[in-house]
Design a protein around this ligand. Structure first.
Ligand code: HEC
Ligand code: HEC
Ligand code: HEC
Ligand code: HEC
Length: 130
């Protein structure tokens, strides 16, 4: 009898651990497009971006490749990441209406890597899919 309830509590613990792992993971799994709140009026179609799938096929293991943090000396931090912030939180000068810089930062991050690796879209309509 005692052994039986021990088994049940073990199973319950296991299920709870699986659920916790799943909800931590599904947070980023939900990202299917890039939709920065700073772009209140979209001039181009929304960019599809299957977050986890993209990073898997592109073989990018480090979150900081995109969600980077720079230290006070302007050097890329090796152990900090910024996935809790949208890019505009750092790349849009305070309440600026001019989004040119922010657009450039997005394009540089996405396109430069695609160019470097000679893989992934680089033409407007390949990313801004109608
Ligand atoms: C190739 C670039 C890239 C890599 C690598 C990457 N991400 Fe992201 N991530 C993005 C972009 C782009 C968004 C969408 C931002 C938006 O829409 O504002 C995003 C969104 C997120 C979000 C949602 C944030 C929100 O505001 O809801 C989380 C969480 C996240 N990423 C976590 C991670 C983790 C954890 C890793 C590493 C395992 C990772 N990302 C690797 C580009 C990347
Ligand atoms: C916590 C603040 C912060 C966040 C969030 C952030 N960045 Fe940056 N980023 C910086 C700083 C600081 C630099 C270095 C100074 C500069 O180039 O403006 C930088 C540099 C860059 C550069 C030029 C150097 C390089 O790595 O190629 C690009 C492109 C870039 N960021 C794009 C992005 C994109 C796209 C996102 C969102 C996925 C993002 N950044 C999120 C702070 C941030
Ligand atoms: C560090 C490198 C890197 C960065 C940064 C990066 N990509 Fe990619 N991306 C790749 C590679 C490599 C491929 C090709 C993967 C393959 O098909 O083998 C790719 C493929 C793609 C594809 C086609 C495959 C798919 O997932 O549908 C899209 C769309 C794409 N990238 C969008 C983006 C966007 C949008 C950003 C910026 C938010 C971005 N990428 C940032 C490396 C990168
Ligand atoms: C590699 C993918 C990629 C390519 C190629 C690309 N873009 Fe983007 N672009 C993005 C991403 C990601 C954003 C941020 C989108 C967001 O958060 O809504 C963006 C944002 C923009 C925005 C601001 C948001 C809006 O819709 O008003 C404009 C304008 C824009 N791009 C125009 C262009 C033009 C013009 C080209 C071709 C010269 C181009 N893009 C090529 C990925 C790309």
């Amino acid at each position: 009898m005692k052994q039986h309830s021990l088994k049940i509590s073990l199973i319950i613990t296991l299920i709870m651990m699986l659920m916790a792992a799943y909800s931590a993971h599904s947070q980023e799994e939900d990202v299917k497009t890039v939709e920065d709140d700073a772009f209140t009026e979209q001039m181009r179609p929304i960019v599809p971006f299957l977050h986890d799938e993209h990073n898997e096929i592109a073989e990018i293991a480090e979150c900081g490749v995109c969600h980077h943090v720079y230290d006070d000396n302007g050097l890329l931090s090796e152990d900090e990441t910024s996935e809790e912030s949208q890019c505009s939180e750092c790349h849009l000068p305070a309440k600026s209406k001019d989004k040119t810089e922010l657009i450039k930062y997005y394009h540089n991050q996405c396109k430069n890597c695609h160019l470097q690796r000679n893989a992934g879209p680089i033409m407007c309509a390949e990313c801004h899919v109608k």
